[in-house]
Design a protein around this ligand. Sequence first.
Ligand code: SIN
Ligand code: MN
Length: 259
Amino acid sequence: MQLSAQQIREFEQSGYLFFPNAFNAAEAAVLKQAALDVYQQQREEVWREKSGVARTAFAAHTYNDAFRRLGAHPRLIDPVMQLLDGPVYMHQYKVNAKAAFDGDVWQWHQDYGTWARDDLMPEPRAMNIAVFLDDVTAANGPLIFLPGSHKHGVVEAGHDLETTSYPLWTLDRETVTRLYQEGGCVAPTGEAGSMLMFSSLLVHASPPNISPMDRTIVYLSLCHVDNHIRQFKRPEWVAHRDFTPIAPLEDDTLNELVA
Ligand code: SIN
Ligand code: MN
């Protein structure tokens, strides 16, 4: 999949692109089942909320076949290679649960803020691409973006080690308010299989999920191979150290797993 000139302009302007139903229902169902399988496992890569439900499964592409295939899926890798202008490696891979009733908040942050400070990634020449594994609605803790906030570079942040089970460099309320006043706030919603691509500088957050509906989203964080991280402070399965360029698989790679 190649992005059009208009999509590239839109990405540069707002910092994200939304692709409703990029994957069909059967492909999304294969991935949702894979998420449930992974969350059952007791392994260090699966982080839990204070209540014990899964919060995120790191590096699932290294121990689950469906997530391995998604990690090299051309519908994700090709547009990111186009925008980053060259080969990419997997910096981080997360399957975020945001479980019904118990899924906790992700505070306001920029992903590159954490990658720069914790991993010494040289430039924001990296981005996220996400696939919804459940329908994402206004009710079940959608991702919220501040459009245009990526144009501000790395903004000041503090290291939040307390609010949630996952340490994050988060923004203060004054900064979020200022960025909101400039560009507003959006929460893209859509069916399972929809895809979101967003700049690693885009400010985002998500509220707790107190609805009875799960909200599972898988995130690939892809980085240009020349821009690989320089510091190995975090575990290998949080900030990967394999900088091998990803070779995209065939477009039907997930369909092969549909029963
Ligand atoms: C993230 O910002 O990395 C995750 C947010 C979410 O899954 O809601
Ligand atoms: Mn993030």
